[in-house]
Design a protein around this ligand. Structure first.
Ligand SMILES: [Zn+2]
Ligand SMILES: [Zn+2]
Length: 202
């Protein structure tokens, strides 16, 4: 029983196992929603978020899961596009879905959950820098593509031109062998709406 395919919460009360553990791509995300979601979790006992979050995308193909009764699925507000799954005991965030993932990939932020396999690959871009609280921002690389926002068609086109992002922000070409994160979220049942105002500091 030494499979290296598990993502779990910090206290070990819930987690998922993946059929495909190879990271598809990663990004550094500075968006206010990620920060707000994790600050909400921090108030409940989770880790404090950094201003820019390492975010990695994996196939949404879950071979096994445990502690469903300890999972809570949340939306930041009524019109949310992301669904975040946390542990109700330690407030690790174990998986994130977004409407744009098309049930193909799921996202994790490895500083906010545990993994027993390698999820660290060089990020393809730094995104949503418009939301970063500082005026001047040091990045690990001065050649990595940066995106202030994705408000404009030029930015969206430039973002989707980074290989292999477009491939994974489209419906999957092959069906998941197990269940998808969306299937898991429907097993959790209700989605808790946090009713947080956009950009509001917690
Ligand atoms: Zn936990
Ligand atoms: Zn974000």
């Amino acid at each position: 029983m030494d499979k290296k395919n598990e993502i779990s919460c910090g206290c070990g009360q819930c987690g998922i196992e993946l059929n495909d553990t190879s990271p598809k791509y990663s990004l550094m995300c500075a968006c206010e929603d990620c920060r707000q979601a994790l600050s909400w979790a921090e108030k409940n006992g989770g880790e404090k978020p950094k201003n820019i979050l390492y975010s990695v995308y994996l196939r949404s193909d879950i071979s096994n899961y445990f502690g469903l009764e300890n999972m809570v699925a949340t939306h930041l507000r009524d019109e949310a596009t992301s669904t975040r799954v946390y542990c109700k005991k330690c407030y690790s965030c174990i998986a994130i879905d977004h409407v744009n993932y098309h049930n193909n990939v799921l996202m994790i932020q490895p500083d906010h959950c545990k993994q027993n396999f390698n999820v660290h690959i060089p990020p393809k871009a730094v995104i949503n820098l418009q939301d970063h609280p500082d005026d001047f921002i040091e990045l690990d690389s001065d050649t990595i593509p940066v995106f202030h926002s994705r408000k404009y068609p030029q930015e969206r086109k430039r973002f989707l031109s980074i290989d292999p992002i477009a491939e994974f922000l489209a419906p999957p070409k092959t069906q998941a062998k197990g269940i998808t994160l969306r299937d898991l979220i429907s097993k959790i049942g209700t989605i808790k709406v946090l009713h947080l105002n956009k950009g509001e500091a917690l």
